[in-house]
Design a protein around this ligand. Structure first.
Ligand code: NAD
Length: 448
């Protein structure tokens, strides 16, 4: 599951050869570790561009995190550029902002960050909507021009959400940090002022109980590790056949193993009973377990179609209904995150069954979001692109190489990248982020 090409172009003599030949050189990304947060938030100072109440609130948040904040380009490299566009009312006003960002891009450090903060176009007058929606195409294009592991993402602040609400500052901190290493070209919408700033940013999930399905390996094991590092007690669920692997993962995170096929009729009840009897609460569920049974539709069999539907979506629907029927889950509402996929957004040849279920996950998430919000909870989906796991290791070598390079960062993501995004969506600061589909794909060329 290692990326030999990335290793070669980043070390020793082969690095020089790749440079001389002008070969693409995917960068080593500045990443977090599933078991420790041991690095500064950013690799350098922040340049904050833009004016108004939102810019002042962003400056205050950045200063409160002990960052070195500048309103004009300082000497040397900057770790991030934050561009506040909330006052934009006509497309003609964009040039000053765009050119100011352009003038600063060469100063961006490796794995640096560009973050825009803007308002939604929906419901606005035509010229305002044009100016605001233009930010989508602008930011996504900027992200494609960044080099050396840099990422570009945006925060969209909806009406009624204060400039310094937890969702806005929480999203800003996530997008600046190494936690979002493989998130690029994405927008996070903060739709309500809900949520809370954690007492300790390194343990935002302290005291929470979280269930992770498919936790025995791959992305699920990384989610269990990151949630535990962030303070949660994890209940890991996986097939009885994966019991040994599951026990190993749960031992390392001091979690609880539950051997359970999520397609069984009473899976939600079994999860509830364990959470109640051991902890007296259940705060979060990550629907991560998923399977592939790839075949061209012309060759599809009922077994392959039905198995994928049963695990990837029907089990989630049934478990959610059983959980939502309970009225004793805990002091705060339930937080759900489901694993979608870029295949569910853009489609993928040979994956009609998988693409159907991953798009179904997005439909389910959007429908659940307002229902969960009534009880103080949220439902979001995370759509990974190409992630280096046992699942993608099974793809034949040539299509695997193509798939892992087909994004702006020119490499596959790691399970920890997906796990960090999920941990953010489950955190108290993300309470105002609901019904979102956040891609962790290095700005994959497919889909939006
Ligand atoms: P994986 O195959 O490595 O791990 C999946 C885990 O789910 C396994 O431990 C498996 O035993 C478990 N599981 C399967 N069916 C189960 C069932 N009925 N009950 C309980 N557990 C069950 O997969 P992964 O690559 O880590 O992917 C995890 C999730 O991320 C999946 O939903 C997948 O569709 C999604 N995803 C992965 C990628 C990628 O590139 N790897 C990309 C997009 C989305």
């Amino acid at each position: 599951m290692s990326d030999t090409y990335l290793d070669l172009v980043n070390s020793g003599a082969t690095k020089q050869v790749a440079k001389t030949l002008g070969l693409p050189r995917p960068a080593r990304l500045r990443r977090t570790h599933a078991d420790a947060v041991d690095q500064p938030l950013l690799p350098g100072p922040v340049l904050l561009l833009g004016a108004g109440a939102q810019a002042d609130a962003a400056a205050e948040a950045l200063l409160s995190w002990d960052l070195d904040v500048h309103r004009t380009l300082p000497q040397g490299q900057v770790g991030a550029i934050v561009l506040v566009l909330t006052e934009l009312e006509h497309p003609e006003q964009m040039s000053d902002f765009a050119l100011a960002l352009g003038g600063a891009l060469r100063s961006l450090a490796p794995s640096g960050r560009v973050v825009t903060i803007s308002r939604p176009a929906e419901g606005a007058e035509p010229q305002v909507a044009a100016a605001r929606h233009g930010v989508d195409g602008f930011l996504r294009s900027v992200a494609k021009e960044l080099r050396a592991g840099g990422t570009g993402n945006g925060i969209v602040i909806h009406d009624g959400v204060a400039a310094d609400s937890p969702g806005v500052t929480g999203a800003l901190r996530f997008l600046l940090s190494a936690r979002s290493a493989f998130v690029s070209g994405q927008f996070i919408h903060v739709t309500t002022p809900d949520g809370a700033t954690p007492a300790d940013w390194t343990r935002p999930l302290e005291g929470r109980v979280a269930v992770v399905t498919g936790a025995a390996r791959g992305i699920g094991a990384a989610i269990a590790q990151v949630l535990s590092r962030d303070g949660a007690h994890v209940i890991g669920v996986d097939m009885p056949a994966s019991g040994e692997q599951l026990a190993e993962v749960m031992n390392t995170v001091h979690g609880t193993a539950l051997q359970l096929d999520i397609t069984s009729e009473d899976a939600g009840q079994r999860i509830l009973e364990l959470a109640r009897s051991r902890h007296g609460r259940l705060d979060a569920v990550v629907h991560n377990a998923g399977i592939l049974r790839d075949k061209l539709l012309a060759n599809m069999t009922p077994e392959k179609w039905d198995a994928v539907v049963a695990v990837n979506i029907a089990a989630q629907l049934r478990i959610n209904e059983q959980l939502l029927a309970a009225d004793d889950l805990g002091p705060e509402g339930l937080r759900l995150v489901s694993l979608a996929s870029t295949s569910g957004i853009a489609g993928n040849r040979g994956q009609t069954n998988y693409g159907y279920t991953k798009a179904a996950v997005i439909g389910m998430t959007r429908s659940l979001a307002p229902r969960l919000a009534e009880q103080g909870g949220t439902a979001n989906a995370v759509a990974p692109g190409f992630i280096e796991t046992e699942m993608t290791a099974k793809i034949p070598p040539v299509p695997r190489q193509i798939a892992r390079r087909a994004n702006s960062l020119q490499q596959g993501g790691l399970p920890v990248d997906v796990a960090e995004t999920i941990a953010f969506l489950l955190s108290p600061q993300a309470g105002g982020i609901n019904g979102e589909v956040l891609r962790v794909c290095g700005q994959n060329l497919v889909g939006q």
